[in-house]
Ligand binder design. Structure first.
Ligand code: IMP
Ligand code: MG
Length: 193
């Protein structure tokens, strides 16, 4: 097996670290547009007061693409949670890095995250939002690992179900890298000890 410099230290382009593309950017783009249509249909029936809550940092790319397909008035409130501190691919306890900012009490809240894996992150943030008494709470994720997703974490909008393996790109990171990789892919295994 070819040895590779650790992530972030390779002179090769970013793509050289990716073993396999799981979802191409064009496929993601089409699915995000379809999701946005589903979401717009639900909220156009409500008399709005919508706040989107992306979970930083993984949700940034999904959020940016999704909201530009949503012709709705909305506010955005941020929360930052860290589940995989540093070079880990097994989850630790979700840590709140940045407390929830912005208006959610009495509003329709759509929580946005990159991926539903064990569900610990979303369980925690959903509880946090419910404490603020929103008018409604729904959740959208780009990816879900159905093998692991728990029954007690409701998610109304799902982009893709994916295999239970660690993925990067389109906002998802390994050791805070690869978020800007435009597709969703799997790293070469020797880069993830
Ligand atoms: P959960 O709490 O186990 O559901 O994990 C959710 C969070 O962990 C997500 O918001 C992601 O940021 C991160 N995560 C889970 N699986 C992956 C993965 O395959 N690649 C990158 N990040 C992941
Ligand atoms: Mg995340």
């Amino acid at each position: 097996m070819r040895t590779r410099p650790p992530p972030g230290q390779s002179p090769e382009p970013l793509e050289a670290d990716i073993a396999r593309i799981l979802l191409h950017r064009d496929q993601i783009d089409r699915r995000v547009r379809a999701l946005a249509a589903d979401i717009a249909a639900v909220y156009s029936r409500d008399d709005i007061g919508l706040t989107l809550v992306p979970i930083l940092s993984g949700a940034i790319i999904f959020l940016a693409d999704l909201i530009r397909c949503l012709p709705l008035r909305m506010k955005i409130a941020l929360v930052q949670i860290s589940t995989y501190p540093g070079a880990r691919t097994t989850p630790g306890d979700p840590q709140t890095v940045l407390a929830l900012s912005g208006d959610v009490g009495g509003r329709h809240v759509l929580l946005v995250d990159d991926i539903l894996d064990s569900g610990r992150t979303l369980r925690r943030v959903q509880a946090l939002i419910r404490e603020r008494r929103p008018r409604s709470l729904r959740t959208a994720v780009l990816l879900r690992k159905p093998a692991r997703a728990p029954a007690d974490v409701p998610v109304e909008f799902v982009g893709f179900d994916v295999e239970d393996q660690f993925v990067v790109g389109y906002g998802l990171d390994y050791n805070d890298l690869y978020r800007n990789y435009p597709h969703v892919g799997v790293l070469h295994p020797e880069l993830m000890p």
